[in-house]
Design a binder for this molecule. Structure first.
Ligand code: PLP
Length: 356
């Protein structure tokens, strides 16, 4: 079975990170931690952001460590959206956003980043969809599934729209360290340095191959962090204690791993770009960052589910149908770059031999 539908890196986490957890276990760091996460990890994360963006986050008040970015999003939406209120989600988007909004009783308003603009987000589509019920806008850059990076100008405009209309801006930056070519990640911190009416969400899953460890975080102002901490205190109490010791090591000693794994994803991306371009029946959206490529398959099928089932049944290759990311991407499939080159070569050979 060749699995290209996954949403995670295939490389195991760095050895020093695993060793830090073993040491934590041997040292009996096995009890509850502080509900906001262990202090040292909060210090390391605040230092990382404070140095990188010249900001001033405090480990005591401005950050909450969560069991994954997913849980961070859940707390954020549960804490900000009441029944019947609206959350604007540009599509294509990761499916979890709209599901979490529904859990909170809110209405996800899916707005179309148009295909003829290469699915690039514009501030106009946010502006055009606002009304008195809008409470939150969720943005994701680099984007899952397209790999698009939101340009600084657009980020600034969206931030201003949200501030003017008293709307919480939720920025999911989980792929911030996976950037290709000479591109640059534009963090919300570059346009809203104290995260005024804004929430930054990130985690360790993708950057450090720590998906199963369940560690993410929210940075925001102390008022919101206190609200989100109540959800954590009264649900799971704290994130896994010994895993957090691994996260501290990842931040301080994981730099080589981040560079080396990015090199692999870049090579995988470049291979797919050059090979797909040679095929007449397939087109590709060039990812600027993130862990995925989005391939248009409409010249060979009218139903991407059928196409995915065909690949699965005949060739034991799994892909993700594009309609999982919104109704504007029914002609696409998503492929994960967190795999080895042989798997991608197998996939390309199957396209060439069976669908060209
Ligand atoms: N945000 C985006 C855009 C994702 O694609 C994913 C996972 O696929 C997550 C968040 C979830 O990350 P975590 O493993 O930290 O919950």
């Amino acid at each position: 079975m060749t699995r290209l539908e996954t949403g995670e890196p295939h490389i195991p986490p760095p050895i020093n990170v695993k060793n830090a957890v073993k040491k934590a276990l041997d040292g009996n760091k096995t009890f509850y931690s502080h509900s906001k996460g262990i202090y040292q990890l909060r210090i390391e994360l605040c230092n990382y952001y404070n140095q990188l963006y010249d900001v001033d986050f405090k480990p005591e008040t401005d950050i909450l460590i969560t069991p994954g970015a997913k849980q961070a999003l859940l707390y954020t939406i549960l804490g900000s959206v009441d029944a019947g209120e609206e959350v604007i989600i540009p599509i294509p988007s990761w499916v979890t956003y709209s599901e979490i909004v529904k859990i909170a009783g809110g209405n996800p308003i899916l707005v179309d980043c148009e295909e003829n603009h290469d699915f690039e987000l514009s501030s106009d589509i946010i502006d055009d969809n606002l009304n008195e019920k809008t409470k939150v806008v969720i943005i994701n850059s680099p984007n899952n599934p397209t790999g698009k990076i939101i340009p600084q100008k657009t980020l600034k405009e969206i931030n201003e729209i949200c501030l003017e209309n008293d709307i919480l801006l939720v920025c999911d930056e989980i792929y911030d360290r996976m950037i290709y070519d000479e591109k640059h990640h534009n963090s919300i911190l570059s346009v809203n340095s104290n995260l005024n009416n804004c929430v930054l969400i990130n985690g360790f899953s993708k950057t450090y191959s720590m998906t199963g460890w369940r560690l993410g975080y929210i940075i925001s102002n102390s008022t919101l962090i206190n609200v989100f901490t109540k959800f954590q205190q009264n649900s799971i109490t704290c994130p896994n204690t010994f895993a957090q010791f691994g996260a501290i090591e990842a931040l301080s000693g994981g730099g080589d791993f981040v560079r080396e794994s990015l090199d692999i994803y870049q090579k995988n991306r470049d291979y797919l770009l050059s090979e797909i371009e040679k095929l007449k029946n397939f087109d590709i959206i060039k990812p600027e960052g993130g862990l995925y490529v989005f391939i248009k398959v409409s010249k060979v099928t009218t139903d991407t589910y059928d196409f995915c089932f065909d690949l699965l049944e005949r060739f034991k290759i799994s892909l993700l149908p594009g309609e999982e990311f919104g109704n504007n991407t029914k002609e696409y499939v998503r492929i994960c770059l967190g795999t080895n080159l042989e798997n991608l070569e197998k996939f390309i050979a199957i396209l060439k031999n069976n669908y060209e």
